[in-house]
Design a protein around this ligand. Structure first.
Ligand code: ZN
Length: 414
């Protein structure tokens, strides 16, 4: 972002009616190693910090929804072909990316110009990693690599979850390119790399605010960095009028209070402290794939996951279980087909302690009285969860069916 782009963004926000509390500041992070503050952002990135102490529950930013960039607020909404494309709601982030590129191509004519100018030129995104890239080599055999595999797999099925480059390219070739080329005939910047960049902006910054706008780019709200232990929260009234986006009203002709996106402190904040949001309960693997960064510690959500709906992972589990040496002889008290019986096999004391510590991995941390000490914080990517442990147990109980399809219903149940 150019040096004066922060000033231009703030001036644009003020003109749009965005209210920023005097106690907060949007700033560019200097060299993290020389700066005493513990920034979540990278050096050179933008961050929001407190100029003055802020009390718990104080609202620090109020953004009218008229300032958000969505498929409902972009001028592209007037295009009949775009309206037709919007019928496919499973492509909402691709539709929004098309609006972002459309507004960028409008240049000075876009009412979002100074907001668009605040977006970064370069975005870390797993979308651009090909299988021979350094990044893909590094993540081989990790949960991140599995997430990319899943995205590619789901892209080829009717299941809309997961994104991969092929799906973004298919949208551009089949829908987006023809719409924008008709609007901007012969424009040199109307290209696939520009659309991909717009999509990466959307996938790293956009979120759903309400039933009218759906997924959108929210100025200022998208400047807050992420951590698990966040001190701010983004809030919006979700159930608004589907026709006009106004707050609940009887008919669209009756004016109602403006709808806003509010950012509120959920912890008291010290002077100079960074204000940090949470993008959701995500593992480091998901953060790397979706946002291109990882935290320097285990996240709350961290766990080793398998998606047994994904054939290659099912085969992987079958392979592991085929070598599994766990044997359990059912007794009268413990019937293997019973869920409760499976649960009774868990070391219950340890499981309770772990649950209290929000620890769901099988390898038990060392417990000394009330104190739970986890000696393997760096190895969490390779530990199994209780869910997977039950799965292994169930499959081991039904060893003769391990490689077959019959136990699939048990896996689903687990
Ligand atoms: Zn209405």
């Amino acid at each position: 972002m150019a040096h004066d782009a922060v000033g231009a963004l703030l001036a644009w926000c003020a003109a749009q009616g965005v209210l920023l509390d005097d106690r907060i500041d949007v700033t560019k992070v200097r060299d993290k190693h020389e700066d005493e503050s513990a920034w979540q952002a990278e050096s050179g990135a933008l961050a929001v910090c407190a100029r003055q102490p802020i009390a718990f529950n104080d609202t620090i930013v109020v953004i009218p929804t008229s300032a958000v960039l969505s498929c409902k607020s972009s001028d592209l909404r007037h295009n009949a072909f775009f309206q037709e494309a919007l019928q496919d709601a499973s492509n909402d982030s691709l539709h929004l990316a098309l609006c972002v590129l459309y507004e960028q191509l409008l240049g000075d004519a876009s009412r979002f110009r100074d907001y668009l100018a605040s977006f970064p030129d370069h975005i870390h995104s797993s979308l651009t990693w090909d299988k021979n890239s350094t990044e893909c080599t590094w993540i081989q055999g990790t949960e991140s690599a599995r997430m990319l595999q899943r995205a590619a797999y789901y892209q080829a099925t009717a299941n809309p979850q997961g994104w991969c480059l092929a799906r973004v390219a298919a949208y551009w070739d089949g829908v987006g390119s023809s719409i924008l080329h008709a609007v901007f005939p012969g424009m040199m910047q109307c290209t696939w790399p520009k659309f991909l960049h717009a999509f990466m902006l959307v996938s790293s910054r956009a979120f759903i605010i309400n039933v009218f706008h759906g997924l959108c780019m929210v100025p200022i709200a998208d400047l807050f960095n992420h951590t698990d232990m966040h001190n701010v929260q983004v809030e919006a009234e979700e159930l608004v009028c589907l026709k006009c986006g106004a707050s609940r009203h009887k008919t669209c002709r009756v004016a109602s209070a403006p709808v806003t996106v509010d950012i509120r402190c959920i912890e008291p904040v010290e002077k100079s402290e960074e204000l940090i949001n949470s993008y959701g309960d995500l593992s480091n693997a998901a953060l790397l794939i979706k946002y291109g960064f990882v935290l320097d510690s285990k996240t709350v959500f961290e766990q080793y996951g398998y998606d047994i709906g994904y054939p290659e992972e099912r085969a992987e589990i079958e392979h592991i279980l085929a070598q599994c040496t766990i044997h359990f002889v059912p007794t009268d008290e413990c019937v293997p087909s019973s869920w409760d019986s499976l649960r009774c096999l868990e070391p219950e004391t340890m499981a309770s302690t772990q649950r209290l510590a929000q620890e769901d991995s099988v390898y038990p941390p060392f417990c000394d009285g009330d104190l739970v000490l986890d000696f393997v914080p760096q190895a969490h990517g390779g530990r199994a969860t209780w869910v997977l442990w039950r799965l292994c147990l169930a499959a081991a109980l039904l060893e003769h069916e391990v490689a077959g399809i019959k136990q699939l219903h048990i896996w689903k149940r687990i």
